[in-house]
Design a protein around this ligand. Sequence first.
Ligand code: MN
Length: 341
Amino acid sequence: MKLRTADIKGIQEIIEQYQVFAITTHTNPDGDAVGSTIALASILQQLDKDVQVIMPNDCPIFLKWIRGYENILLFDKHNKQAKEFLNKADVIFCLDYNNPSRLETMGDIIIKNNKPLILIDHHPEPICDATHMISETKACSTAELVYRTLTHLGYEHLITQDIASALYTGIITDTGGLIHNSGNPELYEIVAKLMRYDIDKDFIHDQIFNVYSYERMKLMGLVLKDNFEFFPEYNAAFMYISIENQKAHNFQLGDSEGLVNLPLAVKDITLCALFTEYPNKMIKISFRSKRDFPANQFSADFFNGGGHLNAAGGRIESSLPEAISVFKKGLETYKTLLNNS
Ligand SMILES: [Mn+2]
């Protein structure tokens, strides 16, 4: 994977020329969003820049151990401060998202501010009026792209153990522990380099993957037992979590993380969807697929969504049963592809 020299040179010039940098990421930030923003912020701080990571809302608790999390501003919670910083920033980095309009109010400010934007992201088809764009769908994570960018910029010597830990977190969360989307040999060279900073790999895996509450595990059991349906004729399945289920199991942000991957362990499931019910008839859906079945296209066609080929998201304003019937219609439309992917 080769980053464009023109972009690297342009980013270098912008970093040298300006002083105040806002580093932003997407709503419901995941490990890649948090890890890559913190890592970049920490490098810019060492260059004596005024830097602030701003996320639309908070991340799940299992990411809060990342050193640097404590300095993040949350747009929903620290609204005034976050707005002030976005206004005073000379430059805004857009990390791990391909379209500022997906960030709702915070995205509007980013767009309206008319400041130089630098996008670093691995989602397909970016829609962003960025001055420079490092957009590589072949990268497993934005953290990988941040690492590549930093080394191209000549900042490798500024990487610390904490930065390496943050980047490694981004890589393992977006690849499910180097399981999916991680076939590029160069990725392992990067991982090997990160390991040289003596990061505590076991600690990180333990923090990320072994943090279920008892309630969360019980909810998973309930969903798998009662709210999981398989359609052999389509090689597809869905699961759902109703508001009632959430109430019964003290549902916390992030509790459904990873759940949508489980059905892919069933032989013959090519596509799986997880429906999560929100108040006011809002349903959010996660999709996972295998091989070349385009979960992102499926979501775009039926659930106003998008994302990666094998991992996508979407939403629909409807009741849970209505959303599920839209899904079933989608399966019929995609039947041939589902049976041949
Ligand atoms: Mn990512």
